[in-house]
Design a protein around this ligand. Structure first.
Ligand SMILES: Cc1cc2nc3c(=O)[nH]c(=O)nc-3n(C[C@H](O)[C@H](O)[C@H](O)COP(=O)(O)O)c2cc1C
Length: 497
């Protein structure tokens, strides 16, 4: 058997050995190491979000790392010179001088400085390492294909920590299996970079060489395990195309419906101007076709109710992936006050979730929960002064001189237009980077000291746990989801698998 096929079959076998219940990756920092760890210890697959972890680590070190977790993880980082430099640069024993007064790490682009790469690699290592510390349960990492600039360095950091699965959606991650093969051998890897306005035939690549991070030569570094790769997809057509274009190297699929929290795939078929997003039968994946690929798959989107797991398995799935229920549990990274408000609203039947077609700078529809005092309130959003200082969702574009620039439709409109962007692209865009960081307790202070407001994303299925206002633990949710009997009253309407 050729070596690549042998590797693919062993990683696919590893995917089949993953738990039936996956806690979905939730950025930024909602599925933190604490949540993934609690889930993993309770027998399911805990998944940390790898999104923007460079900011999360730099901010938490500036806040003083009161419990010492970050410095303990950095002490275990196999590239000690990198860890030392990060502590010197970011750790502030006395914490922040004022709320939101964070120093900003450089925004990552296609030519990051070694210090930026070191921060990204170490941050992903820290998150996975803490989630896996002192137990044997499996931990995965979730990355967005679309925010590609940090992905190779993020994957390398997760591999250094022994991550057990890589999950990636929001794009077509066909080059990830080959990148994982290279990085697991400490070899340079590359990914295509989508550049808006690229001329026909122009191709741009992102490169990452593990040797560029840390003084230790790659052949002196610990041997790494190549984990299975699961692609998060919304249609069987995409699954088939990924299967073909990677010669079967995608080890499994998470089939995510448009009712899921976070970003959603746009509806198939043309949308009329000004019309609300309308999903129909064409947006449901054909599971029969998926079964023919002979890869394990998990159903996601409105699966957070008792009986969903058994129902999914009857349809041939290995299990389910659930996000929204876990986002609201004790161990999630969401601010406790946001969780309390959400639980109260939900218990009173007053929690609404909209699919916003324009909020996300990525252009993908994004689920927004209507929660008071967050950016879901239109006037709150209008009052915000636009600023782009995180850059996680920026898009590469071709400048007139042929070089690559970066822009975001949520940045100040004048700056976006000066970079060749269209004014109409700016309408309704929200700075998800800052809003999601605020939702996990890291709001940036603006020029006048005002703090960024949070934004909460959640899926349509709010059926989780009891109707009480008590916030459950991750283990409570796992116990509840593992119940075999379907509680018909908890099954969300419109569920069509
Ligand atoms: C708060 C929140 C943040 C999310 N962030 C991400 C993300 O960063 N990447 C991703 O692939 N999926 C993300 N998701 C989707 C989840 O991983 C999961 O697939 C989805 O929540 C499952 O559907 P459910 O919300 O109905 O349980 C997010 C979901 C929530 C609720």
């Amino acid at each position: 058997m050729p070596e690549s096929h042998a590797l693919a079959s062993s990683t696919t076998a590893a995917a089949r050995a993953l738990p039936a219940l996956i806690q979905g990756g939730m950025g930024i920092g909602v599925s933190s190491w604490r949540l993934a760890r609690a889930v993993s210890q309770a027998g399911a697959l805990g998944v940390v979000s790898g999104s923007a972890l460079d900011r999360v680590l730099a901010y938490r070190l500036q806040e003083g790392d009161a419990e010492g977790h970050l410095r303990r993880a950095l002490a275990a980082f196999p590239l000690p010179d990198v860890a030392q430099a990060l502590i010197e640069q970011w750790f502030q024993p006395a914490g922040l001088s004022a709320p939101g007064a964070y120093r900003q790490p450089a925004m990552i682009d296609h030519q990051p400085r070694p210090s930026t790469l070191g921060l990204v690699v170490a941050a992903n290592f820290v998150e996975v390492w803490l989630a896996k510390e002192n137990h044997q349960g499996p931990v995965g990492i979730n990355l967005l294909e679309k925010s590609s600039a940090a992905n190779l360095a993020s994957l390398y950091g997760a591999l250094l920590a022994g991550v057990d699965a890589v999950l990636m959606g929001a794009g077509i991650p066909k080059d990830i299996p080959a990148a994982l093969d290279a990085l697991a051998a400490h070899q340079p890897a590359q990914l295509p970079l989508m550049v808006e306005g690229a001329l026909p035939g122009e191709r741009f690549l992102l490169h990452f060489d593990p040797a560029s991070v840390g003084a230790l030569a790659p052949d002196q570094r610990p041997a790494l395990r190549r984990p299975p790769f699961l692609a998060v997809i919304s249609s069987d057509v995409l699954a088939q195309s990924l299967h073909r274009s990677t010669a079967g190297a995608v080890d499994g699929f998470v089939v995510e419906r448009h009712s899921a929290g976070g970003h959603n795939a746009p509806p198939r078929g043309a949308r009329q101007n000004g019309e609300a997003l309308t999903y129909g039968p064409r947006d449901e994946a054909d599971l029969e076709r998926l079964l023919r690929l002979e890869r394990p798959f998990w159903l996601a989107g409105s699966q957070g109710y008792p009986g969903a797991l058994a129902a999914a398995q009857k349809l041939g799935a290995q299990g389910i992936q659930v996000g929204t229920a876990f986002a609201q549990c004790q161990e999630s990274g969401l601010l406790p006050e946001l969780k309390s408000t959400i639980h109260q609203l939900r218990a009173q039947g007053k929690l609404c979730v909209d699919t916003d077609p324009t909020a996300s700078p990525t252009g993908f529809p994004f689920k927004v929960a209507d929660v008071p005092d967050t950016l879901s309130e239109a006037d709150r959003y209008e009052q915000r002064q636009r600023i782009c200082n995180q850059g996680f969702l920026r898009q590469a574009y071709r400048r007139e001189d042929g070089r690559i620039g970066w822009r975001c439709p949520a940045e100040p409109a004048a700056a976006y237009i000066a970079k060749g962007g269209q004014a109409e692209d700016c309408a309704g865009r929200k700075c998800l980077c800052n809003a999601l960081l605020a939702a996990i307790g890291h709001p940036q202070a603006g020029p006048n000291g005002e703090l960024e407001a949070p934004l909460v994303t959640a899926g349509d299925c709010l059926a989780w746990t009891s109707d009480s206002e008590v916030i459950p633990s991750a283990a409570d949710i796992i116990g509840w989801l593992s119940a075999v009997d379907c509680q018909a009253d908890k099954q969300p309407s419109g569920q069509s698998y």
